[in-house]
Design a protein around this ligand. Structure first.
Ligand SMILES: *[C@@H]1O[C@H](CO)[C@@H](O)[C@H](O)[C@H]1NC(C)=O
Ligand SMILES: *[C@@H]1O[C@H](CO)[C@@H](O)[C@H](O)[C@H]1NC(C)=O
Length: 134
């Protein structure tokens, strides 16, 4: 009997795992390069175009501690690389953010002139899975 319950539990757990992994994607920012000073100013926007961000997905920023940070900012701060109205600041890599709200989100590195150098990422999170944005 114990074996039966174990098997039942096991198959339910596997089922949840499989469902969870197909429904919610993890996006490794910058791919193999991670979160760093990019080779050019469009690097992170080019990467974002290859992704389909949905509510419930996770954004993972891999970076070197004390060299980079992740600042979540308003559009104005993002555009100007200022820090007047920042929403959050993260220092401990890897920074993993669950995308809970649909719409635009803005991130940049708050160290030195990294934002000016293009270490910045804006994404649009879709509230419906599998629906491509143009
Ligand atoms: C930016 O750098 C990436 C990676 O080196 C490269 O694939 C891409 O073509 C570059 N984009 C521009 C506009 O130079
Ligand atoms: C930031 O840039 C925007 C343009 O994107 C401009 O309209 C705005 O005045 C600037 N804001 C600040 C606080 O510098």
């Amino acid at each position: 009997m114990a074996k039966f319950w174990f098997l039942l539990f096991f198959s339910v757990a596997v089922g949840f795992f499989v469902m969870g992994s197909t429904a919610h994607d993890e996006h490794i920012v910058g791919g193999r390069d991670g979160w760093t000073i990019p080779p050019n100013a469009t690097f992170y926007q080019d990467w974002a175009k290859t992704q389909n961000f949905k509510v419930g997905d996770r954004l993972v920023f891999p970076y070197t501690i004390e060299m980079y940070t992740v600042v979540e900012a308003s559009k104005e701060d993002f555009d100007n690389c200022t820090q007047r109205d920042i929403k959050a600041r993260y220092y401990a890599p890897p920074t993993v953010l669950e995308l809970l709200e649909p719409g635009p989100h803005y991130y940049y590195c708050g160290v030195g002139l990294h934002c000016e150098a293009g270490q910045k990422l804006s994404i649009v999170v879709c509230d419906r899975p599998n629906r491509r944005r143009v």
